[in-house]
Design a protein around this ligand. Structure first.
Ligand code: KIV
Length: 272
């Protein structure tokens, strides 16, 4: 059963705008493969993000920078095959939109054509304006991403909270308004002070989805593997773990290994 007030057969960018207008919070999670995307969708999530965090949680890279456009399309097309209801948004990976707006458009079109996704997300404010405008002009919905933008980690130097200083906070507000004005259907705000995130959400009519941005925004997003407790290492303050799959999975695999070693598996009813 869905926790949603509205029962959407298919969540669209318009449903999200309506949810914000009606005060219904938007639930968003990442997914990177067919099986988990199917579960996330069946559980009633509104938006699935095929995040470039796949670079970390799936491929084991330290940053999101190495993942390629073709790898994102591979993940996104698997997710799309598992999803019936949620809106599927795909990250444009690092290096596929920053050079110029034509390249940005080509990358976005490739994602939409080859994966069947419903929208793209990209990081950055005013620097990316022309790229975002060009993608929007082609009829592709765009979600913005401000605050901590992990593709710029080598510029920031750390993954700490952004926009604590007034100048950066003011710029972030300007960028959010610009994203709304040019036609983005929503934006992610990552790791910024809760009072700033709440202010941004009150100043724009498009949904603001927070991660580490407090409860005053229009929705929340988490990385699926983090909220399922697949790893014990990553423990930011904003993360709530809903399961301890790390312990569960290790326990199950230890039990299986023991059963095989002691010739307990398979038993008579598990063979032909
Ligand atoms: O790639 C990702 O998972 C993201 C979320 C953290 C918002 O961009």
């Amino acid at each position: 059963m869905s926790a949603s007030k509205n029962t959407y057969n298919r969540v669209t960018t318009h449903s999200l705008l309506k949810m914000k207008a009606e005060g219904e919070k938007i639930a968003m999670l990442t997914a990177y493969d067919f099986t988990l995307a199917g579960l996330v969708d069946q559980a009633g999530i509104d938006v699935i993000l095929v995040g470039d965090s796949a670079s970390n949680v799936i491929a084991g890279h330290e940053t999101t920078l190495p993942i390629t456009l073709d790898q994102m399309i591979y993940h996104a097309s698997a997710v799309i095959r598992g999803v019936k209801r949620a809106l599927v948004v795909v990250d444009l990976p690092f290096g596929t939109y920053q050079a110029d707006s034509k390249e940005a458009l080509r990358s976005a079109i490739k994602i939409m054509k080859e994966s069947g996704a419903h929208a793209v997300k990209l990081e950055g404010g005013f620097q990316e304006r022309s790229s975002i405008e060009r993608i929007l002009q082609a009829g592709i919905p765009v979600m913005g991403h401000l605050g901590l933008t992990p593709q710029s980690i080598y510029k920031f130097g750390t993954y700490t909270v952004r926009a604590k200083k007034e100048a950066e906070a003011q710029q972030l507000i300007k960028d959010a308004k610009m994203l709304e004005e040019i036609g983005c259907f929503g934006l992610v705000l990552e790791k910024v002070p809760a009072h700033l995130a709440e202010k941004v959400a009150s100043l724009v009519s498009i949904p603001v989805i927070g991660i580490g941005a407090g409860n005053g925004v229009d929705g929340q997003v988490l990385v699926l593997h983090d909220m399922l407790g697949m790893s014990k290492e990553f423990s930011p303050r904003f993360l709530r773990r809903y399961l301890d799959l790390h312990t569960e999975i290790i326990g199950a695999i230890q039990q299986y290994t023991k059963d095989v070693k002691k010739k307990d598996f398979p038993n008579e009813s598990e063979q032909y």
